[in-house]
Design a protein around this ligand. Sequence first.
Ligand SMILES: Nc1ncnc2c1ncn2[C@@H]1O[C@H](COP(=O)(O)OP(=O)(O)OP(=O)(O)O)[C@@H](O)[C@H]1O
Ligand SMILES: [Mg+2]
Length: 330
Amino acid sequence: MIEVEGVSKSFGETEALVGVDLFVPAGTVQGLLGPNGAGKTTLVRILATLLAPDAGHARISGVDVGQDPNSVRSLIGLAGQYAAVDETLTGRENLVMVGRLYRLSPAVAKARAEESLERLGLVEAADRPVKTYSGGMRRRLDLGASLVGRPRVLILDEPTTGLDPRTRLDMWGFIRDLVEQGTTVLLTTQYLEEADQLADHIVVIDRGRVIASGTSDELKARLGSDLIEVEVSAAELDATAAVLSDVGCDKPTIDPARSRITIPVCDPVPDLMAALRALDLAGITPSDLGIRRPSLDDVFLSLTGRTTEEEDAAPAPKRRRSRQAAGSRA
Ligand SMILES: Nc1ncnc2c1ncn2[C@@H]1O[C@H](COP(=O)(O)OP(=O)(O)OP(=O)(O)O)[C@@H](O)[C@H]1O
Ligand SMILES: [Mg+2]
């Protein structure tokens, strides 16, 4: 349903996309995972016919985005990274207006608006101007607007960045419902967990290049295992590492800066219980202890040998800093 072949795009010196390939079968969710400035929005804009690639081809349902942008626009719905709703209109008016832009009759536009409002839990707020909406309500309205044209392909650019956990779960629910009804979804995100929850297939991009792709399980297998993390006093670090040397599937790593020990585990529950027993026997009581999944930072560390924080801090003469800090929305 979505085909991207060898797509490149530069802005002056900045290579935003370099030979990107992506193939999304109908009725599936493709996750596009990458840090700030990776090139996610650039690819979204190319697929949405808003930007022409310098090289390569992009097709939606077999239609080339450059050759027949109008047909492509009738196939896709787009919820951009920055909510594109009119502040002075009410939620309902915004949705009806979008329907009219799709050339729906007034009656159909009204009915579709109502359907979107109900689906996204915005009925009560429907007649308030959007300028009174919270960030989460705006995101939902934006998603609603992208659904008014009943698109076969939905493109969502960081649909949940900056949303609270509850609203994020709601969003995931909406997206799952749409996929169940046959919509094909391309979703960009900075969160491994989100791609994990929603995507059938994930492509990781960094500095405009695809650096890994696969199912979430395949990516995680490449990343390695979950980690047990134990925080103890600085004086106890070495003794704790010795006590835990037989736990997990690899040697403990000592992080003196954070006064922590991490151990890769293959069998989380028995390994955690073994760690507790060993600590108890040695009379060591950690100030913190838990299991964590690999994070996007771990993905990047393992795939590129650097963390997303280093990435942000490093001087990058060929790249502009993104307008947006990780995890926050203006
Ligand atoms: N119109 C433009 N003019 C100049 N540079 C641009 C333009 N659009 C994007 N870029 C640059 O291209 C690179 C990729 O940007 P893009 O917006 O696609 O990243 P992103 O993955 O969406 O990042 P974020 O997670 O911050 O939204 C960045 O270095 C960005 O500064
Ligand atoms: Mg972006």
